[in-house]
Design a protein around this ligand. Structure first.
Ligand code: S3P
Length: 185
């Protein structure tokens, strides 16, 4: 189905602590989109926290919920979707996101990520004896996937307004390509 470039969804991916939700909200406000966050959507659908879902059902069940959410959500236009950090790591997910819109990956150095994620302990994957070591391990394992999934935007020591302007520039360019590809499909 044809889509106007100005309506193409934006999927923000990246490791925990790269600013997906904060940047997503600011971008959405600037371009007149709705911003949703997959973690919040799943928590409200499930009526329990991500930590409880991990504890009660395990990580694979949570990954299945993320996949189901992306596959079935009806907000297919004019939406910025801030994705949980592990969502795009699962097989098939990068392609599923790219079929639905523009994918931008927010990135930061591991030092910045540790400083940002160290402030609160709501993330089950980092709720372990040595959260910094765990974050370093996960980051190293996932980094090649983040780097390959969509345009990478660095968020280290940059004002939010700069990051937002950069994300919007990339989204505009790639949304035009996306709409063109759809029209000729
Ligand atoms: C996860 C990231 C979290 C949340 C869950 C698992 C991950 O989202 O989905 O705790 O595997 O990286 P944020 O990236 O929004 O913290």
């Amino acid at each position: 189905m044809a889509i106007a470039p100005t309506d193409v969804n934006l999927y923000l991916v990246g490791f925990m602590g790269t600013g997906k939700t904060t940047v997503g909200r600011a971008v959405a406000q600037r371009i007149g989109f709705t911003c949703i966050d997959t973690d919040h959507e799943i928590e409200s659908e499930q009526d329990r926290t991500i930590a409880r879902i991990f504890a009660e059902d395990g990580e694979p069940a949570f990954r299945a919920m993320e996949r189901h959410f992306i596959a079935s959500d009806s907000r297919t236009t004019k939406t910025v979707v801030a994705c949980g950090g592990g969502l795009v790591i699962e097989p098939g997910m990068p392609a599923m996101l790219r079929e639905r819109g523009v994918v931008v990956c927010l990135h930061a150095s591991i030092e910045t990520i540790l400083a940002r994620t160290g402030r609160h302990r709501t993330r089950p994957l980092l709720d372990v004896g040595d959260p910094d070591a765990q974050a370093r391990r996960l980051f190293a394992k996932r980094e090649p996937i983040y780097r390959s999934v969509g345009t990478l935007i660095l968020t280290d020591s940059r004002p939010l307004s700069d990051i937002v302007a950069h994300v919007i520039r990339v989204w505009k360019r790639e949304a035009a390509d996306f709409a063109r590809a759809r029209a000729s499909a």
